[in-house]
Unconditional design. Sequence first.
Length: 250
Amino acid sequence: MLRVDNITVLFGGVTALKDISLHTDSGDFMGLIGPNGAGKTTLMRAITGTVKPAEGSVYLQEKCLDHLACHDRIRSGIGLSQQIVHPFTSMTVLENVVLVAGYERTKNPMRSIFSRTRKEEEEKAFELLKLLNIDKIAGEKPTNLPLGYLKRLEVARALALDPAILLLDEPLAGLNQTEARQLADQLAELNRLGQTILLIEHNLGEVIRICKTLAVIDNGTLISIGQPESVMNEPKVRKAYLGEEHHALP
Ligand SMILES: Nc1ncnc2c1ncn2[C@@H]1O[C@H](COP(=O)(O)OP(=O)(O)OP(=O)(O)O)[C@@H](O)[C@H]1O
């Protein structure tokens, strides 16, 4: 599905990623974890094309994405849900998803609002809201909605383009325990329905609970990848968190 081959990213004198290789199979739910500054977001940005690696390549379904800009990578099947949510506050929750659902056909977000097949796009958007359990707030404006709802809206928007793989950057950040568990359960359900997911997340308890595969980055290097519980039992993984989060290790 997604393959990252020997990616190295430099920021001036800082080597943010060193020769990282990994791949996800279709239907996988991979968690990408590591201490602060390990390089997780940089890897996500190298995959989406917002950071240019000094070396290495990214493939999606055997297609090399290296020469594509971010928007073309998204059109090729990479769905992205970012940590900071940016809904259009003048539109309702439903319209925010309809806008994305219509994007692929018209390639022009403003024209898609007035298109003849808007009804189909509304139906698709409403199904996504139901899937994320936010259909009850479909008619509300995102302003003043709790962060838990906005995070789910962000995921619904990413899903509206039918991505081959969904990349999630810290979707649980800022949520309380109940909200985090609810969203984590919904992500697990999306994966059960067949959605391939790559998740960056600091909430180790939830990551271990819902992910099928765990990859650990420390200091720009991939130090472990495999079944979550056995990865978390590796001494080098526990050491990577020592002094920072070892009390929180599940
Ligand atoms: N645009 C940039 N310019 C210079 N250095 C950067 C830039 N972006 C990231 N870095 C550096 O690259 C390294 C990896 O950062 P990155 O944000 O990818 O880590 P992370 O694992 O996502 O951290 P966190 O969990 O805190 O979000 C850090 O040393 C960071 O300071």
